[in-house]
Design a protein around this ligand. Structure first.
Ligand SMILES: C[S@@+](CC[C@H](N)C(=O)[O-])C[C@H]1O[C@@H](n2cnc3c(N)ncnc32)[C@H](O)[C@@H]1O
Length: 257
């Protein structure tokens, strides 16, 4: 916890708002998306989806894909606790909603569905988009899939698979957005990045969640930023975002939200 606080202080010290950004592409993203204070009608649906989960006292048997996904522990978890601990926060969910809308994403891949909080936001943001979300726990997959449908999300398919296996079976050639929000370990994250590089086009974007969650995650993030195919990279502390736009010179931004 202290380490995370220290990382945050260092981040805050080095971070900028839109005024320190000279790239027109990033400046526009920061002002028109990150700092967009509009109260979108769909925000009430995002709040409602969370509220229902946070008041759901049912429990399900959860298969926890532990270290390296080799050790699997199964235990009962209350939905409300899962929503509180593993799900995206409301502010992150709103940001994801704006992000998907801002870039008019048409094809999205999510690694780590959990209860579908982020999937729901992305589905609402772009009802025309096709969303594929991978989740390793069979019962969570069923719950999220049913819950998304019950909440009117028709454009998301939740697939029950371990990430590495699922990634190797994806038939889709490229994705506009790849949101990596599960198995926050250095080696696994780098493996997903390398595999997903084959699924990128010039305007693809990858988002890595919790880049300061551990020393290993921060090391993985630094390796990703340094990769020659990555041009623009943005550190927002909780998300690391990378772009592959060949028309852009390589530049790293640290932006406070
Ligand atoms: C942090 S949660 C995802 C949160 C979700 N994106 C949201 O915003 O609400 C991570 C999920 O990834 C799944 N997961 C973790 N490691 C995995 C792996 N190696 N293969 C498949 N699923 C995995 C977990 O079961 C968990 O549900």
């Amino acid at each position: 916890m202290l380490k995370l606080l220290w990382s945050y202080l260092k981040f805050w010290w080095r971070s900028k708002n839109q005024h320190g950004v000279h790239s027109p592409f990033v400046f526009k993203l920061v002002t028109d998306c990150f700092y967009d204070k509009s109260n979108y009608n769909d925000y009430s649906k995002l709040r409602q989806y969370r509220k229902e989960l946070l008041s759901n006292k049912d429990s399900i048997e959860v298969t926890d894909l532990g270290v390296g996904s080799h050790m699997m522990k199964t235990k009962k978890r209350v939905i409300a606790h899962m929503a509180k601990n593993a799900g995206s926060t409301l502010s992150r969910t709103k940001l994801l909603y704006r992000f998907v809308q801002y870039f008019k994403m048409e094809s999205i891949l999510e690694l780590g569905t959990s209860l579908g909080i982020a999937t729901h936001a992305m589905g609402l943001a772009q009802p025309e988009a096709s969303i594929t979300s991978l989740e390793g726990c069979p019962n969570i997959t069923i719950f999220a899939s049913d819950n998304l449908k019950a909440n009117g999300i028709q454009n998301a398919t939740v697939i029950n698979t371990e990430f590495s296996q699922g990634l190797n079976k994806l038939s889709q050639e490229t994705f506009d957005l790849m949101y990596i929000d599960g198995n926050h370990q250095k080696e696994a994250t780098l493996e997903y990045f390398e595999t997903l590089l084959e699924k990128t086009h010039n305007d693809s974007i990858m988002i890595f969640d919790d880049i300061y969650w551990s020393k290993g995650m921060t090391e993985a993030w630094n390796t990703i930023v340094a990769h020659p195919q990555v041009t623009v990279s943005i550190d927002t502390f909780f998300w690391g975002i990378v772009f592959f736009r060949r028309e852009q010179v390589k530049e790293h931004f640290i932006i406070r939200l």
